[in-house]
Design a protein around this ligand. Structure first.
Ligand code: NAP
Length: 286
């Protein structure tokens, strides 16, 4: 007997379109008032095809919203000192409102040093220790874009997080870790799982809200999803596959993100929205 999915899809692509439309209106308002459009600087080290594609996508989205782009391309052989200098120059450039350093930057580079060269008020990708600490303390600042996009999606679908058990699978600095902190900030009871977690399926079975952020296709079995759970799949692997076994999970979840079209589009939408917010802070509010 074939079972039909019961979960409602969380349409990240649709929400991202609405967020991007609001961003474009805000850009137009800033441009009319100040004569200047917000500007996002992108920094790319080397020519990794995936990174090249991501940066190009971000530039295209910027252009659609009326945000100016400045692109700095550095050879794969660049050293930490030179990269830090290039990022610091953008931090000091009054024409630049937001900075995105595309990662990974290469194993020979001290990535943390390069990220820390981004001025906190231009850290629209939310990658500096300053931004991370502000997010952890619930202070104003820029959040990591993918976790920020996940929270916007959950809000859009009216998910009440207070007192719910949120299980975040993955603990990277840009995704799992900050996602858990944002959920904690909303009074969820948060458990992190990672590659050393002893019994992942047992934890998944207890999750009211599951955030999968590992990049391991099909790691989360649909049969382990708690009936009625909210499932957010941030994983993205070759062939458009996420971390969650989608079909079987959709039979048990109440809400689930598709891959693609769920978390992905929200990441760029948050990046653009934060770039405009950075410009507004610099150029003065309306
Ligand atoms: P990452 O830095 O490689 O981190 C992966 C995390 O998954 C690590 O914390 C790792 O644990 C954990 N993990 C690996 N295998 C596991 C297992 N068998 N059981 C439990 N946990 C396991 O990756 P990332 O940068 O966070 O990205 C994760 C995924 O999200 C990727 O598919 C990436 O493409 C996607 N992503 C999507 C967006 C978007 O916009 N949609 C943005 C960023 C990333 P340890 O810490 O113990 O190693």
């Amino acid at each position: 007997m074939t079972r039909t999915p019961t979960a409602r899809l969380m349409d990240g692509a649709g929400l991202a379109r609405r967020v991007n439309a609001a961003t474009a209106s805000a850009v137009e308002e800033i441009r009319r008032r100040t004569g200047t459009a917000p500007c996002l600087a992108t920094v790319l080290v080397g020519e990794d095809p995936a990174s090249v594609t991501y940066v190009r996508m971000k530039q295209t989205r910027c252009a659609k919203a009326g945000i100016r782009s400045r692109h700095i391309a550095l050879p794969a052989s660049v050293g930490t000192g030179e990269l830090v200098e290039a990022v610091a120059a953008l931090s000091h450039d009054p024409e630049v409102h937001g900075i995105l350093l595309q990662h990974p930057v290469g194993p020979h580079i001290d990535e943390r040093a390069a990220f820390e060269a981004i001025a906190p008020d231009k850290d629209v990708d939310g990658v500096t220790t300053h931004s991370f600490a502000a997010m952890g303390f619930g202070l104003p600042g820029f959040v990591s874009c993918t976790p920020g996009g996940i929270l916007r999606l959950l809000d859009e679908y009216g998910v009440d997080l207070a007192g719910r058990h949120a299980v975040v699978v993955g603990r990277s600095a840009i995704l799992g870790r900050p996602a858990g902190m944002l959920l904690l900030g909303r009074d969820a009871t948060v458990t992190y799982a990672h590659s050393r977690t002893a019994d992942l399926p047992a934890l998944v079975r207890e999750a009211d809200v599951l955030v999968a952020a590992t990049g391991r296709p099909g790691l989360i079995r649909g049969a382990d999803i708690k009936p009625g759970a909210v499932v957010v799949d941030a994983g993205y692997g070759p062939g458009n596959v996420g971390d969650v076994e989608f079909g079987a999970a959709a039979e048990r979840a109440s809400l689930i993100t598709p891959v693609p079209g769920g978390v992905g589009p929200m990441t760029i939408a948050v990046l653009l929205a934060q770039t405009v917010e950075a410009a507004r802070r610099r150029l003065g509010p309306a």
